[in-house]
Design a protein around this ligand. Structure first.
Ligand SMILES: Nc1ncnc2c1ncn2[C@@H]1O[C@H](COP(=O)(O)O)[C@@H](OP(=O)(O)O)[C@H]1O
Ligand SMILES: [Mg+2]
Length: 308
């Protein structure tokens, strides 16, 4: 399994007093158990083990299990696969959009299966995503009360959503059929403002402000037709982790959308833990792709001239 542990080790190496499975962020991403195995981390590790025990105890089938700290360390180390183009790899992001999770807003649990470097299964739970639409007014109480979506897709079989509480059966999702860019909605991350996004949106004639959402729930939102476009132009040199995109990308493509880089090339998940792609990620509908790629090309050219 290729896994983002998604846990940030607090500088004190102690559990925060308000422990509920949330560990403070803002420090280095934790990609193996190296720090946890060090002397001085015992309290932190004990705390994590207790959380695991408590979670298992709440499920009858695991009620009798006795999990030790060593079991927890070994389980974490099962997530050390480097991925790649050979064989099968599960790709897991247990809490994607950590910042949204901390704020009590959007986050996602993303799981995907890579076979020979291609994503063939994607499952994404979005516990705080409204069942109606991701693009809702902040004070729209009815939407905020009705949240929790489970999206899933397998190659060639379409993409589906169902309420996370299982109260109704899954139904198929399709991307928006809207071609009127003046009415289009576009999504981006909360990471620093990206001037290129505004430039692209302006060229396309999109009048609405971008809607900012944490996590790969943005892919799910495009797959359901909540928005027509998700742009992700990060700092030059930032290389994306595959777990931030694997589940989301198959859900959008199976819903009839496209996921590509600034040159229109599909994302390549076969090169290890990082995505190997040209600059930028564009998530949109097949109809809008050519128009968006043109605006992207022009905006990148203008940006180059501004730098000279
Ligand atoms: N400055 C940055 N620019 C781009 N991506 C970043 C970033 N800092 C963190 N990320 C990655 O972007 C993911 C969140 O994406 P988004 O901004 O769409 O919510 C993070 O996943 P985690 O939250 O799982 O760490 C992290 O892997
Ligand atoms: Mg992530």
């Amino acid at each position: 399994m290729v896994c983002n542990l998604n846990v940030y080790v607090p500088s004190s190496s102690h559990l925060p007093s308000t422990t509920n499975g949330l560990f403070l962020q803002g420090h280095k991403p934790w990609l193996d158990t190296g720090d946890l195995r060090k002397k001085g981390s015992e309290v932190f590790l004990e705390g994590i083990t207790k959380l695991v025990r408590d979670a298992l105890a709440s499920d009858e089938s695991y009620a009798d299990s006795t999990i030790t700290t060593e079991d927890v360390l070994n389980a974490i180390d099962c997530g050390q696969s480097q991925g790649g183009s050979n064989g099968c790899h599960w790709v897991l992001d247990p809490i994607d959009g950590t910042r949204g999770f901390v704020r009590g807003e959007q986050y996602a649990v993303g799981l995907a299966l890579l076979v020979e470097g291609k994503v063939v299964v994607g499952v994404m739970a979005c516990p705080n995503l409204p069942l109606s639409s991701a693009v809702v007014e902040r004070d729209d109480k009815s939407c905020q009360d009705n949240v929790g979506c489970l999206f899933f897709a397998t190659t060639g079989s379409g993409a589906y959503v169902q309420p996370l509480n299982g109260n109704s059966p899954p139904h198929e999702v399709r991307v928006s059929s809207n071609e009127n860019l003046e009415e289009a909605k576009f999504l981006e991350s909360y990471h620093m403002p990206i001037p290129l996004h505004s430039s692209i949106a302006k060229k396309l004639g999109i009048t609405a402000l971008p809607v900012r959402i944490d996590s790969q729930a943005k892919y799910a939102a495009v797959s359901r037709g909540d928005a027509e476009m998700y742009l992700r132009f990060t700092l030059v040199g930032y290389r994306e982790w595959i777990w931030d995109h694997a589940a989301g990308s198959i859900i959008t493509t199976e819903a009839g959308g496209v996921v590509c880089d600034a040159e229109g090339t599909p994302l390549d998940f076969s090169k290890g833990k990082r995505l190997d792609h040209n600059r930028g990620i564009i998530v949109t509908t097949k109809k809008l792709k050519p128009l968006i790629l043109k605006a992207v090309r022009e905006s990148i050219e203008e940006e180059k001239h501004l730098r000279v």
